[in-house]
Design a protein around this ligand. Structure first.
Ligand SMILES: NC(=O)C1=CN([C@@H]2O[C@H](COP(=O)(O)OP(=O)(O)OC[C@H]3O[C@@H](n4cnc5c(N)ncnc54)[C@H](OP(=O)(O)O)[C@@H]3O)[C@@H](O)[C@H]2O)C=CC1
Ligand SMILES: CC(=O)C(=O)O
Ligand SMILES: [Mg+2]
Length: 761
């Protein structure tokens, strides 16, 4: 199910079971480790391990800084917790914190290409914890402490900062403080307030609370205007109950005793405490145009809906991704460490934190360019009440924040390896982004704004049901499960899938008589001169779900279709093509997207043409180039063969050479060349040996000389090369249909359904 959030956006939701299934699927958890060097031959082994490994060992022993050259240390951050304050869930122990820590580790990778590993340390004793982390120093380029409760976290962090020569950063303290500062800089600007006279109440005097107000004061808030509260109420001078030295440092002379007292007339509320801690009455008592950052996770101190019910002049932010204005440290830690690692900083100091906050605040004030709109669910946000801070998916963050952090590190003398050319650095940072993730996000967002009805032809299969539920839950539209009602419900019951929700329809092909006759007539019209009797068509409609589903799409009862898990690809394709034609002026091909080592290439034709002739190869190249553009890439098409520019000669290569000549005659509007071998197409050094080659860089579209080459190479890459292969996607049909591989997981099916919906007119 999906709910409406602010800004007219759809808020995807999920069930407890879905969250658990997400973690259990495939390899349990969210992380694995892959090698960056080949480990195939005896020589590889003797270089990677004994005896070759002795050489970097000796070099590092002589000069420790060489560890950044010869090991993964320079890009490796440990996410370390003892689980004493997991999100806002409390002290649930080291082991229970592992899903969060794995999550932080993968966010490091996803957003900033920082390698990261989680470490859960099973002790509540600060001394033991400090000793453990201190001894891990040689392994990492940085330490991200996480979800350690106050006040122990202060002792732990300050001691480790003293003991270690790499950045030690307690994310719940400084990450939160940095993002909150970024948000408050803009919120004050929008409400015309002066920081020096603004009254701030912070509820929560733990890791996040203390750090938030410390940074706010360092930036200009007057100490007397900042009131700190905890479970005992206001932290006032002279209070003895539940105090510690970190709270005492922020105690003020006041008669206020409760949060409710403090909130009267307050300009700003920071919540880093617990769900529901702020009441509507307290919000009502705040100053005009109040600023409310309810940052507790997973549930905020008060919801935006509750605030909106009381007053409409508030600037509202939460820690969650499903409301506007997410004040969450995910906006900070990946990029702050990226910048710190890139200059081999010895620490993350205040100047670096403030630089990060200012860079974030500045980004929200800039116009959102076209290629960034997708990150904002398709809406182009404008700096204002509902947009004071960028979203974590904003692709500009990776170049904006690390640059600011690295510069500040250099300016304050903590950078061991200065950046020499910041323009080039910003470009390198952008290249670290995973383009396909952004593409799929764009596809999902586009569909969410214009939801579609997708028929899932194999509705009785468990993974298909899960995909359908996820499709509907993500707000992508209506998922129609085709199959026997009884059978679908029984399988769903056993698998624990809840189908009784809006956005899911079950259609029983056998008893949907009214449409079945229409479909049979439609099919008979198409096939009567191809050797089919009416009876045959009736049978296909009644007994075969691919034909039924394809007719639904052909006749407008559904917008798009997904099938494939129960039948091999070519059979499913034959079924579909009996019902749906090629789009005029197009050619039906399969295009696979291969993601390998930060690179994305499109491979075609990976589904349809067995042994294409030259004309067909040229058509495939044109269709694949269009597909590439649709996916957001400017095509650079390599026409592949086993030969390169005429050597060695052979029959298949001759067809590819002819295809290139055909494209020349067609004056197509994209870069292409060939014939060439795959290594020449992909490796710029090899390409340099052919200076006349018309490609301006490594190819991103590879046209295979035949189906077998496409199929074998993509499947080998998937199985042996550690690459992700998406597809083949069917391109060129007149109606959107996608066929998934038989081993597709529910997430693959959802992606294909979303892609089919995206291409539905
Ligand atoms: N949005 C974001 O990016 C982040 C959000 N957070 C959220 O902030 C919250 C606190 O995290 P953290 O600082 O790490 O935790 P800590 O355990 O270090 O501190 C918790 C603090 O909250 C106070 N507190 C708890 N419940 C209440 C309540 N009902 N009313 C008033 N004060 C309360 C505690 O009071 P006392 O001292 O009296 O026990 C303590 O001071 C969590 O919900 C967490 O999810 C944290 C980091 C980042
Ligand atoms: C976001 C985060 O780190 C927390 O809630 O603890
Ligand atoms: Mg945390």
């Amino acid at each position: 199910m999906s709910e409406k959030a602010g800004n007219g956006r759809t808020r995807p939701s999920f069930s407890v079971q879905e969250a658990l299934d997400f973690h259990v699927q495939g390899r349990p958890g969210k992380l694995e480790i892959t090698a960056t060097k080949p480990m195939a031959t005896q020589r590889d082994l003797s270089l990677a391990y004994s005896p070759g490994v002795a050489e970097p060992v000796k070099a590092i022993a002589e000069d420790p800084s060489r560890a950044f050259d010869y090991t993964a240390r320079g890009n490796l951050v440990a996410v370390i917790s003892n689980g004493t304050s997991i999100l806002g869930l409390g002290n649930l122990g080291a082991l229970a914190s592992k899903p969060v820590m794995e999550g932080k580790a993968v966010l490091f990778k996803r957003f900033a290409d920082v390698d990261s590993i989680d470490i859960e340390v099973d002790t509540e004793d600060p001394e033991e914890f400090i000793n453990c982390v201190k001894l891990l120093g040689p392994s990492f380029g940085g330490i991200n402490l996480e979800d350690i409760k106050a006040p122990e976290c202060f002792i732990i962090e300050s001691k480790l900062r003293e003991l270690m020569d790499i950045p030690v950063f307690h994310d719940d303290q400084h990450g939160t403080a940095i993002i909150a500062l970024a948000g408050i800089i803009n919120a004050l600007h929008l409400t015309g307030r002066d920081m020096k006279t603004t009254r701030l109440v912070c509820n929560g005097a733990g890791a996040a609370g203390i750090a938030c107000i410390e940074l706010a004061k360092a930036y200009g808030f007057a100490p007397e205007n900042v009131i700190l509260c905890d479970t005992k109420g206001v932290v006032y001078k002279g209070r003895t109950e539940g105090m510690n030295q970190w709270k005492s440092a922020h105690a003020v002379e006041t008669d206020m005793r409760t949060l409710a007292d403090a909130m009267v007339g307050a300009d700003v509320f920071f919540g880093v405490s617990a769900k529901g801690a702020l009441t509507p009455e307290m919000v009502a008592s705040m100053a005009p145009n109040p600023i409310i950052f309810a940052m507790a996770n997973p549930d905020p101190e008060i919801t935006p809906e509750e605030v909106a019910a009381i007053r409409d002049d508030a600037i509202m932010a939460t820690g969650r991704s499903d409301y506007p204005n997410q004040i969450n440290n995910v906006l900070g830690f990946p990029y702050i460490f990226r910048g710190a690692l890139d200059v081999q900083a010895t620490t993350i100091n205040d100047a670096m934190k403030i630089a990060a906050a200012e860079a974030l605040a500045e980004l929200a004030r800039q116009d959102v360019p076209d290629d960034v709109v997708a990150a904002y669910q398709g809406a182009r946000p404008r700096y204002g009440k509902e947009y004071i801070i960028p979203v974590p998916f904003d692709p500009r963050l990776i170049s904006a924040v690390p640059v600011a952090v690295a510069k500040a590190a250099m300016d304050t003398g903590v950078a061991r390896k200065p950046i020499l050319n910041f323009e080039r650095y910003a470009q390198e940072l952008s290249a670290r982004r995973d383009p396909i993730a952004a593409t799929f996000q764009r596809i999902h967002e586009r569909v969410r704004r214009n939801p579609k009805r997708v028929v899932f032809a194999e509705g009785e299969e468990e993974q298909v049901m899960r995909a359908a539920v996820s499709y509907a839950n993500q707000g992508l539209g209506t998922a129609i499960l085709l199959g026997r009602d009884e059978q679908i419900r029984e399988t769903a019951r056993i698998a624990g899938v809840d189908l009784d929700r809006s956005g899911i329809e079950i259609v029983n092909a056998r008893i949907a008589h009214d449409r079945a006759t229409v479909y049979a007539n439609f099919l008979y019209e198409r096939l009567q001169r191809k050797g089919y009797l009416f009876r045959d068509c009736q049978r296909m409609i009644n007994n075969d779900r691919n034909h039924f589903a394809a007719c639904m799409v052909a006749l407008g009862d559904a917008d798009a279709m997904v099938t494939g898990v129960t039948r091999n690809y070519s059979t499913a394709l034959e079924d579909v093509r009996r019902v749906i034609d090629t789009r005029p002026g197009h050619r039906v091909i399969g295009a696979s997207i291969v993601l390998a080592r930060g690179r994305t290439v499109i491979v075609a034709d990976s589904a349809v043409h067995d042994m294409p002739n030259a004309e067909e190869i040229a058509d495939i190249a044109e269709e694949a180039a269009k597909f590439a553009r649709r996916m957001g890439y400017e095509p650079q098409v390599a026409m592949l063969a086993y030969s390169t520019f005429g050597h060695p000669q052979g029959e298949r290569s001759a067809k590819v050479i002819e295809a290139v000549q055909i494209l020349d005659k067609r004056h197509v509007d994209f870069e292409y060349d060939g014939e060439m071998a795959a290594d020449v197409a992909l490796n710029p050094k090899l390409m340099e040996q052919y200076p006349f080659c018309r490609l301006s860089g490594p190819a991103n579209v590879l046209i295979m000389p035949a189906y077998h080459a496409a199929s074998i190479s993509t499947k080998m890459l998937q199985e042996l090369g550690g690459s992700t292969v998406i597809g083949p996607m069917l391109v060129g049909l007149n109606k959107p249909v996608q066929i998934v591989p038989m081993n597709a997981k529910d997430s693959d099916i959802v992606n294909m359904a979303a892609f089919a919906a995206y291409t539905a007119a």
